[in-house]
Design a protein around this ligand. Structure first.
Ligand code: NZQ
Ligand code: ZN
Length: 389
């Protein structure tokens, strides 16, 4: 196990009545609240009215910051930061999924900054001076943004989709009510399940292979996610399944699964340009890219992937080499994504032409690897494999 520092300050309110905690959480902040949300799902589900009622009752002056679309772009961050400065915002309340929360996080640090936030944080990785406090109400379990310190933003001019991470980006509180996810369309639910599996895999398929508590937790998290996904697909109103999906996605990126590992985000780094250039949903792209990446590193990561095959997919290793067992595990993962969840099996299915591979390779961050160094040529081969169904 490698040495590590563990820190996570997010106060989580979880459960059917979690929204009741909002009033007390609001009480410690000044009166001016920026209410950040997406394309309108919270208005359709009635959550907007519920949240506004609590804000009004608490005497808050609300500034609306709506229309944050999936794969949020830098223009939206400039817009939010200007609103925060003009209205002297005391708290940002993000209501939605990873896109809304990530945009709100970037706004929180951009608003306290005179320089261009993209250049300063997303290109130069400099330290933020300060951040406006942020609270979240999560409506889709997927990204873990509600419990992590990352914010992923797209620059449509350069085609980059970059992640910035800093402790100031941890939300002060996050409200997680699984019943808020009942209204998710199946496709969004599937994207979230794939993203959660992918986060756990990024951390689990990382050296050292010394089999520690972190690995056991990751296996339990994958088994829980698979079981809950199967139940929720059959019965979308099954509370316990929705609760497991929500908590597993937050847990996956709360830091617990990083402890002692050399974390590897290679599949994410290869997927991000597909969203930046073609606006593909993050989870939909990962369903294709992640298994292709695991296939590619299977020889070097055979021991770890064979362990996954046995512990997560119940593959019988008898009479097989480690690599054969590992490949059976990857096949089981693909079958789960494609046959059980109905996710896409190739980038062509997602509308990404094969001719775009060189451009996608150019936009891939090549610094993220663990079992084997990835060159542009390797990424090219992985992306080519994403066209073989
Ligand atoms: O925009 P609205 O109207 O809210 O609709 C959303 C959106 O269309 C809809 N939705 C959300 N909750 C709903 C609902 N519809 C009905 N009922 C509900 N309860 O779902 C759609 C997708 O929402 P989005 O926020 O885009 O999904 P997700 O949570 O998957 O976020 C994806 C973004 O997060 C980034 C991704 O790259 C992508 O930009 N990520 C952030 C990470 C982080 N901060 O740590 C890590 C991840 O790996 C990821 O990169
Ligand atoms: Zn992800």
């Amino acid at each position: 196990m490698n040495d590590f520092v563990y820190y996570n300050p997010v106060r989580v309110h979880f459960g059917r009545n979690a929204l009741e905690a909002l009033a007390d959480e609001l009480a410690v902040y000044g009166p001016r609240v920026l209410l950040a949300y997406g394309g309108g799902s919270i208005r359709r589900t009635g959550l907007y009215d519920q949240v506004m009622a609590v804000l009004t009752e608490a005497g808050k002056q609300v500034t609306e910051f709506s229309g944050i679309l999936p794969n949020p772009r830098m223009e939206k961050v400039y817009e939010g930061a200007s609103l925060c400065r003009e209205e002297k915002i005391d708290l940002i309340l993000a209501v939605g999924g990873g896109s809304v929360i990530d945009c709100a996080k970037a706004v929180a640090i951009a608003a306290c900054e005179e320089e261009d936030f993209w250049q300063k944080f997303y290109v130069n990785w400099e330290e933020p001076k300060a951040a406006i406090p942020l609270g979240t109400i999560l409506t889709i379990p997927a990204t873990g943004s509600e419990m992590d310190k990352d914010a992923v933003i797209t620059n449509p001019v350069t085609g980059e989709k970059n992640s910035y991470a800093h402790p100031l980006l941890y939300p002060q509180f996050s409200i997680l009510d699984p019943t808020l996810t009942y209204t998710l369309p199946k496709e969004q639910m599937v994207n979230g399940i794939v993203d959660t599996m992918s986060h756990i895999l990024e951390l689990y398929v990382s050296p050292p292979d010394t089999d520690c508590l972190t690995d056991e937790l990751a296996e339990a998290a994958m088994r829980t996610e698979i079981r809950a996904a199967r139940t929720a697909l059959k019965d979308p109103q099954d509370y316990d399944a929705r609760a497991d999906l929500m908590w597993t996605s937050s847990f996956a990126l709360c830091g617990m699964l990083n402890n002692g590992k050399k974390t590897d985000w290679a599949a994410h780094c290869i997927q991000h340009p597909t969203s930046a250039l073609f606006d593909v949903a993050h989870g939909a792209g990962l369903a294709v890219v992640h298994p292709a990446y695991l296939d590619y590193i299977c020889r070097e990561a055979a021991s770890r992937l064979a362990r996954m095959a046995v512990q997560v997919w119940q593959v019988d290793p008898a009479g097989k080499t480690e690599e054969e067992t590992a490949r059976e595990g990857i096949c089981a993962l693909k079958k789960f994504f494609r046959e059980e969840l109905g996710a896409a099996a190739s980038l062509a299915e997602l509308g990404i032409p094969k001719e775009s591979i060189p451009q996608l390779v150019r936009l891939t961050d090549l610094s993220c690897w663990s079992y084997r160094e990835l060159t542009a040529g390797d990424v090219q081969k992985i992306l080519e494999a994403c066209y073989e169904e």
